[in-house]
Design a protein. Structure first.
Length: 150
């Protein structure tokens, strides 16, 4: 099965300092049927026990300020992560490619914002999208809506 997003470039959704960058985790075979999900489901306990790397797969964490908030971009393609810990990335800069690593059944990118990188106790923070075409106004993309970083 072909997934058009697999390997597509992923751009930094915000500017900041990279505080974590993991590459080298395997991409899973994409699973589309219930039967094909069985081996994946059986690996869930192990994945949770192994922690963030096994759940997020290849990922980048960007600190917007030294004490946060922190933006996690997860499930990147093996060998594609181009951001290094300590580097400053600007919004729209390529940080990797869409993959299927970690806790993922098909290629996609997971983005979340938290108040900490202590993942067991981190609390989610709201995400606001800016749409340059609307005079810098904010909006929430609809499911399935495609947008790009300017």
């Amino acid at each position: 099965m072909v997934f058009v997003g697999f390997g597509a470039p992923i751009l930094a959704p915000a500017s900041g300092t990279v505080v974590a960058a993991v590459d080298g985790e395997l991409d899973h075979e994409a699973r589309r049927s219930q039967l094909a999900l069985i081996p994946y489901a059986l690996s869930q306990t192990r994945r949770v026990r192994e922690g963030v790397r096994a759940i997020a797969g290849n990922h980048v964490v960007i600190a917007l300020e030294p004490a946060g908030p922190f933006v996690l971009i997860a499930h990147l393609q093996r060998g594609s992560v181009s951001a290094a810990v300590g580097s400053v990335v600007m919004v729209g800069e390529n940080i990797g490619s869409c993959g299927n690593s970690g806790n993922s059944t098909q290629p996609h990118v997971h983005v979340q914002v938290t108040d900490s990188t202590n993942w067991p106790t981190a609390r989610g923070r709201p995400i606001v999208f800016e749409r340059p075409q609307v005079n810098g106004g904010t909006w929430l993309p609809r499911n399935g809506e495609t947008f790009t970083v300017a």
